[in-house]
Unconditional design. Sequence first.
Length: 334
Amino acid sequence: MRNKLLSAARRFGAGIDVSPREVRLVIVSRKGRSNLPVRVEWLGAAPLNPGAMSGAHLVDRAAVAAALSSLCARWPRRRALRAMPCAMAIPGGATAIATFEMPPVTQAPDSHGRDSQAIDEMEPILLEQAERLCGLERDALSIDWWAADCAAVPGAASAGDVSRVTLAAAPRGHLEARVEAAAAAGIALAAIDGEPLAALRALAYAAEHSLRRADRYAAIWAGSDGVYGWRVAEGAVQASIRFPIGEHADLDAALGSLASGAGLDRAVIGGDVNVLERLGLAMADIGERLGCATEPFDCAPFCFDGGRFAPRADANQGARFAVAFGLALRGVFE
């Protein structure tokens, strides 16, 4: 009875990251609405056959489903996956993002802090902007949005407080493919996010819940389609970069623009370090460009070592688990 009560007091979430070479799964939990850091209950990776992915397209959904099924089978409490929110991501290159001014809404949030009427009023405006952004009809799109002055971490503003929003839109086909692949593995997805946003959520959470808490830091993530970076201060994104797509001639210039004399406390780096090495930069080089100390994202500090799960080799290679961790965070905070 006591164990059941303790279990019921925790919220669980799972994040699934499908990369060109492997599928990663991270499961986290959070005790009620406490301010304690989340706990990594389990994580793992399964190899993916070459050619199973092409850019954002899941070419071989059966291979993705098989890899995900093998991961689920390795978790001792695998049946619990059906009851917890699970999220998957799509590459940043498949998502169009823009920030714009939102006309004032007339409805205020209700007594639960939700603002469904305000969101209903905003929806036509958001859909119209998404059509312009992607050049596709709204029926072919899926969209998400958040307050433009908030970092992509738990605690964003409610719709009734929004004056500027950042809108993300992606072709619906990419989302449907991931829903179907997860369903074939016995998982019903609760959300699909953009990889860069999930990575930012993970990096920001690690920076703000570590022993060396930083108020002003850089979050750097290397994905299959390039390097993304954000300068964060007091919980809000102040500047962002993307390379090779973007206005900068090289990564050095992009990182210099991100630092911009801001006096960063440190930088947290996640993703595929091979991408950085191919661009000729090591972690120390990034720190030199940004003018601050650097450290890799790591799941190990959040791993539970009380008997069920202890940090293993996978956990100690945590930089590549940033997206899956950020997706799992979404499940326990929303």
